[in-house]
Design a protein around this ligand. Structure first.
Ligand code: C2E
Ligand code: CA
Ligand code: CA
Ligand code: CA
Length: 280
């Protein structure tokens, strides 16, 4: 009951005030977590506002810590980045998401894509392209069913050629590219035309106070219009109320994701949610 009501948020992040010894301990625990299958992906549905159809899932990682309970990504991803463990975690997330989606497709569930988050560090340090090609080949998931979510900060370093090539190669493979937390990063929008982007995800902070905040409604309206002019899909994150969904439908937003529709679900709960959604 109320599973996933962000019950992990009561824990402080690992990094604040921890001693070098504690950090060493945590690093060891996180390494063990990878080996002992303590990491788990939850899947949050995204729907198309025009048709009401399920449009995809975002995969969000959790750590089922044997003593501390369920830890959310904000409590260990930054730590993992700092201690050089993000590549291993990212690779696991990618393979697991592809494997799970392929299994659902094979089980006859409607074919929708899965989105995985790539932190800026991963795009710089990991051979992401090789990892993605390997994950797709190993699991048999077609590239069109994979999306990567990256934040604006990744795209802001003045035309980084390596990065540009990775994104072009992903696009050539058929992997979708979304800008996560759109609007929170930088004021320059020049990167939107420099990189092959498919989708903007409007950050939750702009959605929370709609429809009441006149300013936020103006910002969301402008982003949706810009997305449409640039032929990008626009997804609103953090949609919690029917009023917010009605406003976004009215404004012509393409997709929504948020607690109003569903919290991120553990994999075993997805098929029944899917079934209920499809038949309502
Ligand atoms: P994000 O990519 O912006 O993911 C959306 C976050 O908002 C998720 O938190 C989700 O549970 C939460 N959320 C979704 N709908 C609502 C809503 O209606 N209201 C509210 N209040 N919150 C909502 P979560 O799962 O704690 O993830 C936090 C962040 O951790 C993610 O933010 C993403 O940046 C990062 N993250 C998650 N999984 C991964 C991963 O596998 N790899 C990397 N590198 N980062 C990850
Ligand atoms: Ca995301
Ligand atoms: Ca986001
Ligand atoms: Ca975020």
């Amino acid at each position: 009951k109320e599973y996933g009501r962000a019950n992990y948020q009561i824990y402080a992040p690992f990094m604040t005030g921890s001693t070098p010894y504690e950090e060493l301990l945590l690093e060891r625990e996180l390494r063990e977590a990878l080996e002992n299958h303590q990491l788990q992906l939850h899947y949050q549905p995204q729907i198309c506002l025009k048709t009401g159809a399920l449009a995809g899932f975002e995969a969000l990682v959790r750590w089922h810590h044997p003593q501390r309970g369920i830890l959310g990504p904000l409590q260990f991803i930054p730590f993992a980045e700092k201690r050089g463990l993000i590549a291993s975690i990212g690779r696991w997330v990618l393979f697991e998401a592809c494997r799970q989606l392929k299994a659902w497709h094979d089980a006859g569930l409607p074919k929708v894509p899965v989105a995985v988050n790539l932190s800026p560090l991963e795009l710089r340090q990991r051979d992401v392209l090789a990892d993605i090609q390997k994950a797709l080949a190993t699991t048999g998931l077609a590239a069109q069913y994979l999306e990567v979510e990256i934040t604006e900060s990744v795209l802001m370093q003045q035309s980084n050629p390596a990065q540009h090539n990775i994104l072009r190669a992903l696009q050539a493979l058929g992997v979708g590219i979304s800008i996560d937390d759109f609007g929170t990063g930088y004021s320059s929008l020049a990167y939107l035309k420099r990189y092959p982007i498919d989708k903007l995800k409007i950050d939750r902070s702009f959605i929370t106070d709609t429809p009441h905040s006149v300013d936020d409604v103006a910002i969301v309206t402008a982003i949706i219009q810009m997305g449409r002019s640039l032929q990008l899909k626009v997804l609103a994150e953090g949609v919690e109320t029917a009023e917010q969904q009605a406003l976004l439908t009215h404004l012509g937003c393409d997709l929504v994701q948020g607690f109003g529709l569903s919290r991120p679900l553990p994999a075993h709960q997805v098929p029944s949610w899917w079934h209920r959604w499809g038949t309502q």
